[in-house]
Design a protein around this ligand. Structure first.
Ligand code: EPU
Length: 336
């Protein structure tokens, strides 16, 4: 392992916040986790940071950041129908989706282009274009930080929900995910339930295949989401709110084109982007931060924004949507 002290996190968060942490530990091998936790110097406030694409640092981080860099994609089991892959936490998600494309393995194609590391994917159950990573996770392995014991959690035990899992709840800050096991198919069963994806394929005259879906997903993403190498952000800043059907009906009277997705008998999910858009925030700027002009779900650093400027924008958006529509938005991004 390598320990860097009083270390700048600017290159380790896609929002580009210029903050520091007390210690930044490169976890180069799984065993480094135990060494780091046992190290006297590092005994304080752990945070595990992958690609830094779903986090907003609001000030210097008082504590130790553990950053996995160990990589590896290994086939554990394979037959004519599919394969079970063991993927290390430090693999870049995008490299993993490319690997699946190269090896003609289906399951993560709708999730092409999502920034971040494989170890972070189960934490917030990353999702896009009708798919969620939980749909192809077999189980997750890791180490509990208090006992340093290994764990293996089945898909069910991970308690996956919409942008949610046990790792954001009872196990928050308590474990280090080391390997994620994915069950992928060779049978070409594609998920085209998301209208924007199926329409884009159709409009381009493309038949559903692994290549065509991956390329179309990237094209649709690029048309709506900022290029994180150029504009600081963390993707969707807010979760789409889940509300009781009665509240949805009331709001529908005020907003006839209100977008909703079914959840269960009593609830529907609304599109936070649409509510923010209708509150007039799309493309608006406050200081050096603002709301992305092509997708209102995204809070952006327009260049040199301070954490306070970013916080001001997202808090103001929450307040305006609450005042206008009576809907409480919740950040999807981890705010530290
Ligand atoms: N909409 C607007 N104005 C906007 C943005 C959206 O009216 O500025 C409307 C759209 O017209 C559409 C609806 O809201 O009818 C939903 O928008 P979109 O299809 O763009 O998807 P989303 O709900 O905004 C979610 C995920 C994204 C994911 C896309 C595609 C969340 C919080 N976000 O966005 O995830 O890429 O679906 O599946 O669930 C992320 O998590 O970082 C992320 C980008």
């Amino acid at each position: 392992m390598k320990v860097l002290s009083n270390y700048s996190l600017k290159a380790h968060n896609t929002f580009g916040m210029d903050v520091k942490c007390d210690h930044f530990v490169l976890i180069e091998h799984v065993e480094d986790i135990r060494s780091a936790v046992r190290d006297e110097l590092l005994q304080e406030n752990w945070y595990i940071l992958g690609g830094g694409s779903n986090v907003l640092f609001t000030h210097d981080y008082k504590g130790t950041i553990l950053h996995p860099t160990f990589k590896g994609i290994e086939t554990v089991d394979e037959n004519e129908d599919g394969a079970l892959l063991r993927v290390a936490a430090g693999e870049v998600w995008e490299d993993f989706t490319h690997y699946c494309l190269q090896h003609q393995l289906c399951g993560v194609e709708n999730l092409t282009g999502i920034p971040g590391y494989v170890g972070s994917a189960p934490v917030q159950n990353i999702g896009a274009y009708g798919a969620e990573v939980k749909d192809c996770i077999d189980h997750v392995e890791g180490i509990y930080l208090d006992t340093l014991q290994d764990f293996s959690l089945s898909n069910e035990a991970c308690q996956f929900g919409y942008r949610d899992s046990i790792f954001k709840n009872s196990l928050k800050g308590k474990c280090f995910i080391t390997f994620v096991y994915f069950r992928l198919s060779k049978k070409g069963q594609f998920n085209l339930t998301y209208k924007a994806l199926s329409s884009a394929l159709e409009a381009a005259g493309l038949t559903p295949s692994l290549e065509n879906i991956s390329h179309t997903v990237v094209a649709v993403r690029n048309s709506k989401l900022p290029d994180i190498t150029k504009i600081g952000c963390a993707g969707s800043f807010f979760k789409n709110p889940i509300v009781p059907k009665a509240q949805y009906q009331d709001l529908l009277e005020r907003i006839p084109d209100l977008v909703s997705y079914p959840v269960d008998e009593e609830h529907v999910k609304l599109a936070a982007g649409q509510l923010i858009d209708k509150s007039g925030w799309k493309g608006k700027q406050l200081g050096n931060a603002g709301i992305y002009a092509k997708q209102a779900l995204v809070v952006v650093n327009l260049g040199g924004a301070t954490p306070d400027e970013v916080c001001h924008v997202y808090q103001q958006v929450i307040q305006d949507v609450q005042n206008l529509f009576g809907i409480q938005l919740h950040p999807e991004v981890n705010i530290l």
